[in-house]
Design a protein around this ligand. Structure first.
Ligand code: SOE
Length: 401
């Protein structure tokens, strides 16, 4: 066990997680790992995980290292050994669980997108604001902010290495919905997921564009499409993950977008473009972005997440050009605790970084980012995208709080 400078073991932070599917597994990995890699002021303890199916939640607890399993999230929130509640359920239960946890005096981490609607996100942001006056911390799980190369990209922008920004281009492409026989899982149902590729992938894209530039989108113009409108219903009670699930003979209506395409304007006047789809054959988790400024440009691809491309436009033209920075040096963000240069990190490490930052926030009482207010602002962008798409791509302002 890690020790503080005085030699004593740090106090613990009891974590309770609700949900244990893909995101629950990823968050568990983060909670298990953070304290082993980083010197933390509090030691995360995986106190309990909650899910409705008693057998499945017990199996998940064993597999992912949680000390106890609960079948009711309310019981989990009420536990004395839980000080922080991590919400990893589909979007339709985020608001209820997160608000109940905040009202019970717990710190909260909530998966993205924050909610399924602006109205829900508003109540969550208000609850988080009220809880912050009681010393409680809340954060949204936009984990890609914590890819070291993207944190480093942010510092290049804030250090002025790109100068005045002109363009931001973000595309987030996956392909797990290409097959029309892929069943109708919760991610394809508006009542559970809120939206489709837009909320699932576009939310990350919007958050990153705003995080990296330090600017907010002020308006958008959008097209969305649902290419496959009916899909086989799931057979049995299993919720079905990204890998699908068992399809039945019966078909049901897809009620979310398969793809969203939008342009936007940032507060400074820079232009942004976004594409989010789960139907780009051959693209598995291709979150790609490029930012162009007067003094330089940077480019990133999540499928090569240890690398950042940077072009310094102030260098002589004869020798200037994009160069690849391997973001694995101990002085790069988050790298101090990991492997020697060049040994590389992956998707799962972003969740350890998220846990690290959240633990520091709880210990220091300093509000972390992205806050629930940040999550609400992204939700407003998503709503503006949907409004614009409904109105044949008419330019739609994003309301300023
Ligand atoms: C599925 O499309 C998904 O798991 C998203 O929900 C996550 O937010 C993203 O990080 C990876 O893809």
């Amino acid at each position: 066990m890690e020790q503080t400078e005085s030699g004593a073991a740090p106090p613990t932070l009891g974590v309770g997680m609700v949900g244990y599917a893909f995101m629950g597994a990823a968050h568990s990995q983060g909670w298990r790992t953070a304290g082993r890699v980083f010197d933390l002021p509090l030691r995360p303890v995986l106190a309990a995980v909650a899910g409705r199916d008693a057998t499945a939640v017990r199996a998940a607890a064993r597999r992912h290292g949680w000390a106890a399993a609960e079948t009711d999230w309310r019981t989990l929130i009420a536990r004395d050994d839980v000080q922080l509640v991590d919400v990893c359920t589909p979007g339709d239960s985020h608001a209820e669980i997160a608000i109940a946890a905040l009202e019970a005096g717990k710190h909260v981490l909530c998966e993205k997108p924050l909610a399924n609607s602006v109205a829900e996100a508003e109540t969550m942001a208000a609850a988080a604001e009220a809880a912050s006056t009681r010393g409680q911390i809340s954060m949204v799980g936009f984990n890609y902010r914590r890819v070291p190369a993207l944190s480093y990209a942010r510092s290049l922008v804030t250090d002025g290495r790109l100068g005045t920004l002109r363009h931001v281009r973000v595309s987030y492409l996956q392909d797990w919905l290409v097959d029309p026989a892929f069943p109708l899982t919760w991610r394809l149902e508006r009542e559970h997921a809120g939206s489709g590729a837009l909320g699932d992938l576009g939310a990350h894209a919007v958050d990153l564009a705003q995080y990296l530039t330090g600017e907010l989108l002020v308006g958008v113009s959008a097209l969305t499409e649902t290419f496959v409108r009916k899909r086989p219903l799931l057979a049995g009670a299993a919720p079905g993950g990204l890998g699908g699930g068992v399809a039945s003979e019966a078909y049901g209506q897809v009620t979310v977008d398969d793809a969203a395409l939008f342009t936007g304007r940032l507060a400074s006047g820079a232009l942004a473009s976004f594409e989010a789809t789960r139907m780009a054959a051959g693209r598995k988790n291709a979150l790609r972005l490029e930012i162009n400024g007067e003094r330089g440009s940077l480019a990133f691809d999540l499928e090569r997440l240890n690398e950042l491309s940077f072009h310094d436009h102030t260098e002589p033209a004869v020798s200037a050009g994009f160069r690849r920075i391997l973001v694995t040096e101990p002085d790069h963000p988050y790298l101090e605790g990991w492997w020697p240069p060049g040994h590389g990190l992956g998707y799962e490490h972003t969740f350890a970084h998220q846990a690290r930052d959240l633990v520091h926030a709880v210990a220091s009482g300093i509000a972390p980012a992205p806050s629930f207010a940040d999550g609400l602002q992204v939700q407003r962008v998503l709503a503006a995208v949907e409004d614009s798409a409904r109105n044949s791509a008419v330019y739609t302002p994003v309301p300023v709080p």
